[in-house]
Design a protein around this ligand. Structure first.
Ligand SMILES: [Zn+2]
Length: 202
């Protein structure tokens, strides 16, 4: 496997073939990584949070669970998970989220970083919206209100994925200087099959 560090507040994209595995690691702990996935031949078919809730019957996923596409087909399966706490509820942070919620004006959020990393693969920003927020902890109170808590990931925690179809994957190191990343941002590592070409915005 080829291990690549994504610096804080940046993104990387790569292609994986059906059956390939890759890994997302939080090297320092309590750092969120947003992840998107697209069918390599037809980007309109992409990872869908809502159809992943529908297929799994739950709003949290971990080892053994599968992520589904906008067409209800399998795209990624989680085959290992050191942390166990991830989020499917929140959209990726972006420029206005950072400014309005975290007092970080004029900065790329995860949506921009994922889009920039995916640009060489021809994926449009409009399609970059549904993310698995790896290591992010969200809560639901009174069956109604959602809120963000500090990540539960410890240094070195990793999540392994297996591709269920040929797909493009992008991962960002979340840019929020807030509770979402326990107050500060850090890098994220991805491990991909040897020979995989990585597209990055750093
Ligand atoms: Zn983010």
């Amino acid at each position: 496997m080829l291990r690549q560090r994504i610096p804080e507040k940046r993104g990387a994209a790569f292609e994986v073939a059906a059956g390939d595995t890759f890994e997302v690691t939080d090297p320092e702990g309590q750092q969120v990584a947003d992840l998107v996935a697209f069918n390599a031949d037809d980007h309109a078919e992409r990872f869908s949070t809502k159809y992943s809730y529908r297929r799994n019957g739950k709003v949290r996923v971990t080892d053994g669970d599968t992520l589904y596409t906008t067409r209800g087909r399998e795209i990624l399966t989680i085959t290992g998970d050191d942390c166990g706490t991830h989020d499917l509820l929140y959209a990726p942070c972006n420029e206005w989220v950072l400014e309005e919620y975290y007092d970080q004006p004029d900065q790329n959020g995860c949506r921009e970083n994922l889009t920039e990393a995916l640009e060489p693969l021809g994926v449009d920003e409009e399609l970059v919206l549904d993310t698995l927020n790896v290591f992010m902890k969200s809560t639901i109170a009174e069956q109604t209100y959602i809120d963000i808590r500090e990540p539960q990931s410890e240094p070195g925690d990793a999540v392994q994925f297996r591709a269920e179809q040929d797909c493009y994957v992008a991962v960002s190191s979340c840019a929020g200087e807030s509770v979402v990343n326990a107050g500060e941002t850090n890098p994220i590592d991805v491990s991909v099959p040897d020979g995989t070409e990585l597209h990055t915005n750093f």
